[in-house]
Design a protein around this ligand. Sequence first.
Ligand code: NA7
Length: 546
Amino acid sequence: MSHTQPVDGTVDVVVVGAGFAGMYMVHRMRQAGRSVICFEGGTDVGGTWYWNRYPGCRCDVESLEYSYDFDADLQQDWVWTEKYATQPEILRYAQHVADRFDLRRDIRFSTRVTDAVFDEGAGRWTVTTDDGATTSAQFVVMATGCLSSANMPDIPGRDSFQGELAHTGRYPKDGIDFTGKRVGIVGTGSSGIQAIPVIARTAGHLTVFQRTAQFTIPARNGPLDPAEQAEVKANYAEIVAANKRMFGAFGSRYQRPLRVATETDPAEFRAEMEYLWERGGSLFLSSFRDLMRTPEANQLAADFVREKIRETVTDPETAARLTPDGLIGCKRLVIDTDYFETYNRPNVSLVDISAKGTPITEVTPTGIRCGDTVHELDVLIFATGFDAMTGSLLRVDIRGRDGRRLTDSWEAGPVTYLGLNVNGFPNLFTITGPGSPSVLANMIVGTEQHVEWIAQCLDYMAAHGHDTIEAEPEAVDEWVAHVNAVADRTIFPSCNSWYVGANIPGKPRVFMPLLGFPAYVDKCNEVASTDYPGFTFGRAREAAAV
Ligand code: NA7
């Protein structure tokens, strides 16, 4: 084991996080002959799929498209059972990968990185973990996940609640038994919408506290047809290649001819929407090129879904409360199983906690008070999302050149070059960082692309005798302007979504992901093949002085 455990706390690469990004990073670094250690806060691998154990949790990318591509045998051997994999199945897949490639020997579990400090003289990072140990590394790779820092709202009295309380993103391993209980759930994003129908099946009564109604499309999940799985596996390489040319790096098998909604005959438009509704899934808005570009076009699709909600929910008042205003897909489009149908159950009620309704005033020891009404609860679930994209990076105290803190560099919002590096923080890489397609593309495809780009960059540096790499300030400025310009051609920045940080009080409003996977990959490849313009390479001062 010449290239594994840090005998003296010194390694080539520290990886932070053992989700899909960190796991592949460890594997890829080993293949390259670099010593690597990964720190992970959980007791096992899986990252977001380790923590989000709430009932109904699934991926919104189809299972056949949500797997590593770096090893053809792995891809052929693993058998998915449903069209959209459940969290337990995805976690089993992550564990299988860890076993198969013996990854755990280089991962320190139950260990969180608290801070990382760059020593300019040595050209190295000192990484401190919550067990007090330090590790010296030439490179730090933040594989900390985009949806990993749970957002627990600061509601008065929250900690006084005497029943069971959980956040979907930090769900207890032993689960929660809802049988016959009075359950409350706050939040109707993807997590809430997945959990609500499942909890309703066993709860005595489920009260949903909704601040904003949400657009959601039927997933049409079901068992995976073995013949379909065999066919995809026979053509995996072609499908993956075609997916990488798709806007979100998935769904090439479903590509329909692209049209313009506002120029399509209304009957034809409706027929296409009906087809997409019946087909289900998150490509619901992908048949018309203008739906995410102009509000007028978007409203056509939004009206179609509003009509479906009214058709599905039998009580008109509940239907009205569940019907979103505004644009569809501008906040992340959710896909569901029986979400709206669940409100027809006698044991489910909906409380409007928006400013127009009865906002939550406090959590009491026995429930939630909204105005004059206390909703008595045995279990309280917060499905209130995450401090997305930046939260898990900024909770590590990262100090770069001249002791500058990442929190200071990003005070007005995250700024990166290619979503991979930040000026002032040499040799620190962010996997699926802000400014990269990240959450707007298939996450496994995106993480593999980043890991491979970083691995190639490290080889390049070794071959050219470079110790450090750092994004230039002009390149960062240009990149941030580019990310904004691309977003500004769409409706995305106009909504109060977690893409712009609007869900976290006080977070700077910046559209964080980059739209469009293929053009992004082309740019990354171009940078790598033309001696990395926009990056400065250097020698460590101490090495240079020798
Ligand atoms: P989301 O999509 O951020 O949804 C969080 C939900 O919680 C949403 O309905 C919020 O309402 C609500 N929320 C957040 N804070 C509060 C407070 N303080 N009071 C009441 N309600 C609140 O998170 P998810 O976990 O569902 O999904 C995140 C991503 O994971 C998802 O997009 C997929 O990519 C997977 P709001 O809309 O802000 O009014």
